[in-house]
Design a protein around this ligand. Structure first.
Ligand code: SF4
Length: 612
């Protein structure tokens, strides 16, 4: 696409992306016009736009032609708190649908300084390699000696080899082995869900290193600094206190009380050893330090240590709610040493903890029912959990089948196991029991990425005072749309979700930030339409990738059985299907979820197949 000078962004964005073919090492800078940047913002939104433009929906996600995009945003590098983030967008090898994962820190700041709003990769290097992007200069260097190293070890080696100026996004052994839920890691944080690490591994690229010298300007720098100070002040307030004090696991005991803490592969909603895994208890029995991503004033990261009899644990283990639930209650493991060790091992191997725990817990139930002959893989056995993680990361023995995720594993194991494989569109369900939190259940069913608490944080609707969480209220569809729209804006700007509680009027306040950064005369109403455009573009990607209406549902277990420890926690199949229809109507799609061409046109989403 070529555009005139008038279409070039003047502030906040560079107005181009870098397209790299790692097979030939050729690269070219492609223009992105103002209109597209304003329509899709950055992060998840811009990534979806670029993938559609590059024709990525129709391609096998692990084929050399597949596209993997690192996407920044107009706010990256600004003084706004929590804005040092990047999105990794590709077609998911786990779901075959759109995958957008977010991660934080200096990779985002340095990557944007290369002078591009996004860096896109396709192709496959001839041998294990690293890719270096230094402003416009691109090179692929052989790096066979790094193959096999863990995520933290490879980052350390790269720092020694290339110096501290480069920032690296890396894969661990799981990415090399193309485990379908492998992560891309930077500085201990992960673009976690959906297997972007497998996509990078399929290109024979162990790490992407970025270094740059090009900064963008801000439209109203003085006002922006004042706004940033104000936002930082608000970020210290009560809306974020629980993240500072207890981290992301702050809701664990509440969810356990509500019988909404998934336990033993979603057979129960409460776990008898939840207290031992709770941050309240971990903080008593272990040393604790707090840290944060770059440019963040909240600091939700809690590092616990040490673990008994393991000298390597002196650095401590970063603990998130999703790790504690997926590797703890979901697998029936209540010994905190085992859960922390499993969590850290997933981080080292580069595995998504939710999908690893979900697949292992599903396998444990299959073994318990006599569907799979792996007698050592039992609920509650921490050593078996660690063994399974190790083997998944290396695709060793049964780890090879577990590396495919629960949906594929169910297809191989057979019987009626697909009915209790804990996934939507192939993505394992996060730590919110859908029968006890039914608006969240609806959000899981309809989300483009599959079962997803980050693209639809509707659990907040369910756990609010007086909520009808045991059934689907008439407002559920509208609430699912609204939480998804807000997430689409935050993930495209890109701001941390833990900031969401500090906004009185997210769209209006986000518009003010964008005005000061970019100079656009954008308002809150425009951003509401932007959110609808971004969610619709993701759905359009999925339709082009082969989406069918039957995908927008929950596994049969959730529609046929109540929870063993809460008979009230039951979803009516008819009500659920009606809620999915109502969601589609709220979006302006057909009752089944198809998008009309005129709606795509109205939203400015290109619906023509890409040409070459
Ligand atoms: S709140 Fe937590 S996840 Fe969000 S930017 Fe800060 S440290 Fe990172």
């Amino acid at each position: 696409m070529t555009t005139g000078e008038a279409d070039r962004p003047r502030h906040g964005n560079h107005g181009c992306y870098l397209r790299i073919d790692v097979t030939s090492q050729a690269s070219e800078s492609e223009r992105i016009d103002q209109q597209a940047l304003r329509r899709f913002l950055g992060g998840s939104g811009l990534g979806t736009y670029l993938l559609l433009r590059e024709g990525a929906a129709e391609v096998d996600p692990l084929a050399p032609e597949a596209v993997l995009a690192f996407v920044f945003s107009p706010l990256v590098g600004s003084p706004l708190t929590t804005s040092a983030k990047f999105a990794v967008v590709s077609k998911s090898p786990l779901t075959g649908r759109l995958n957008d994962s977010l991660a934080s820190s200096r990779f985002a700041l340095e990557g944007k300084k290369t002078g591009h709003d996004a860096i896109l990769l396709r192709g496959k290097a001839a041998q294990p390699s690293v890719l270096l992007v230094d402003d416009d200069q691109v090179r692929v260097e052989p790096a066979e000696d790094l193959w096999g190293l863990s995520c933290p070890d490879v980052e350390r080696s790269l720092k020694k080899r290339y110096g501290p100026d480069y920032q690296a996004a890396v894969i661990g052994p799981a990415g090399e082995q193309q485990v379908r839920y492998a992560t891309i890691s930077h500085d201990g944080r992960h673009a976690g869900r959906g297997g972007s690490g497998a996509v990078l591994g399929s290109k024979n690229i162990k790490a992407v290193l970025v270094r740059g010298s090009r900064r963008v300007t801000w439209s109203q720098p003085e006002e922006l600094v004042e706004l940033a100070k104000e936002l930082s002040k608000k970020s210290f307030g009560p809306a974020t206190a629980k993240y500072r004090e207890l981290g992301t696991a702050a809701n664990m005991l509440l969810l356990n009380r509500l019988k909404a803490l998934p336990t033993r592969n979603f057979q129960q909603g409460s776990f008898e050893q939840a207290v031992e895994l709770s941050p309240e208890q971990l903080g008593v029995t272990r040393t604790k330090t707090r840290t944060s991503c770059a440019a963040c004033t909240i600091g939700c990261e809690h590092i616990y240590g040490p673990i008994d009899d393991d000298s390597k644990d002196s650095t401590g283990t970063r603990v998130e709610y999703e790790n504690l639930f997926a590797l703890g209650s979901l697998c029936g493991v209540g010994e905190s040493d085992d859960v922390l060790r499993a969590s850290r091992r997933c981080d080292e191997l580069g595995l998504d903890t939710i999908s690893a725990g979900g697949t292992i817990a599903f396998a444990m139930e299959c073994v318990e029912r006599g569907y799979w002959d792996v007698p050592w893989l039992q609920f509650g056995d921490g050593k078996a959990l660690l063994q399974a993680i190790e083997w998944i990361g290396k695709r060793h023995d049964v780890g090879d089948m577990l590396a495919e995720g629960s949906r594929c594993l169910a297809e191989k194991i057979g019987h009626d196991s697909i009915q209790f494989a804990p996934q939507v569109k192939g993505l394992e369900i996060p730590g919110y029991e859908p029968r006890a939190l039914q608006t969240m259940g609806l959000g899981f069913a309809v989300a483009a990425r599959g079962a997803d608490h980050n693209r639809s944080s509707a659990y907040e609707v369910d756990i609010a005072e007086g909520a009808q969480r045991h059934n689907l209220p008439p407002t559920a569809a509208a609430q699912a749309v609204e939480t998804e729209n807000r997430a689409a804006i935050m993930d495209s700007l890109i701001l941390c979700k833990f900031l969401r509680g500090v906004f009185g009027d997210l769209y209006g306040e986000a518009a003010e930030m964008l005005q000061q950064v970019t100079g656009w005369d954008v308002d809150g109403k425009e951003l509401e339409e932007t959110a609808q455009r971004i969610v619709t573009a993701k759905k359009w990607f999925n339709i082009r990738a082969g989406w069918k209406p039957a995908e927008d549902t929950l596994p049969a277990r959730f529609l046929n059985e109540s929870l063993a420890d809460d008979q009230q926690a039951q979803i009516s199949k008819t009500d659920f299907q009606q809620a999915v229809r109502a969601y589609n109507q709220c979006r302006g799609w057909s009752d089944d979820g198809w998008i009309q061409t005129d709606q795509l046109e109205q939203l400015g989403i290109d619906h023509q197949p890409p040409t070459g």
